[in-house]
Ligand binder design. Sequence first.
Ligand code: PLP
Length: 395
Amino acid sequence: MSKKLYLDNAATTRVKREVLDEMRQYFDELYGNPSSQLYELGRKSKQAIEKARKTLADFINADEKEIYFTAGGTESDNWALKGVAFANFNKGKNHIITTKIEHHAILHTCEYLEKFGVETTYLDVDRYGLVDLEQLKESIRPETMLISVMYANNEIGTIQPIEEIGKIAKEHGILFHVDAVQAFGSIRIDVNKLNIDLMSMSAHKLGGPKGIGGMYIRKGTRIDNFIHGGGQERGRRAGTEGVQNIVGFGKAVEIASRNLDERAERLTALRNRLVEGIKNNIPDVVLNGHPTRRLPNNVNFSFKYVEGESILLLLDMEGISASSGSACTSGSLDPSHVLLATGLDHGTAHGSIRFTLSEEITEEDIDYTVETMKNIIAKLRAMSPIKNDEDLKKN
Ligand SMILES: *Cc1c(COP(=O)(O)O)cnc(C)c1O
């Protein structure tokens, strides 16, 4: 089988050619330290960073001074939560509201902060993965310092009502953090319109390099500095900048903003083709996530009576890379916390597969995937003891 189909773009993406071309010179030609402002090589590095910063700022309607570069989405999430918690402890504020379906970068950071006396409310989600705004309002306390809700979920693609949440946060004078790592680059985000105070971004989910992220911090936000050292990133996130990565991030954002709407439209059509293809050709499946309020490139299905890991193995043999839940949960036997939060039972959750598309995918690729899945599921179900038990009960 020579076909290779990468359908795991929520885990990471291929670095775009243009991005790589732009990055290259910052390894061996323009290698100056951006803090060395007394000669041209250093100044050029600094200029390159500031150009990327402006690209990010413009893309989300922020000011350049509100954009900070970090080592990735995980670091930005850590900074948002720890930075706000540590800056507010002595102000009598110790409560964070988040959701049950956040990325582990949020959930495990909350768990860590609980050791210091932070209390966390984890909001439920409905069967589509949406938070309930009434439950959010009821959870607000005088001590609440932060609401942290992801823009779009990395496993099931559900897009949250961010504007409404932003309004509620603002009305109550509570800071609002958004983990926008999955949405960034595929949805237009205006931090002012949405009342977002802090936002996490990452380059490698949109055709940029790994190990570089961004953080939006609204001017005047009470938050501690994160990495202590030199004066880089206005003294808030020290360490010599990964200039080539920052340049690559800027380029990836520039490309993403160029054709965002057409790309979203094309991906949505491909996504719907895959959803319909699976629904119409394979019995006993459940679409996870919201039918329409979802990322343009995300498809997530549970296939009853089979194990997600077995499906992945057979898909891999056919040259298709996909995921069962998020990259962090695959490898462990616990079903995804996201799928369980939407109310799926353990068995069904175990049979879940996520396909995340890219611009490189064609309609033929989608049809090949449907055909391959049809065969794989039939084969696995023929061997499934659970399926055979169910069939016996019916007869
Ligand atoms: C990938 C991802 C992260 C982590 O970003 P990294 O840059 O890989 O550290 C955080 N949140 C969400 C929603 C993600 O999809």
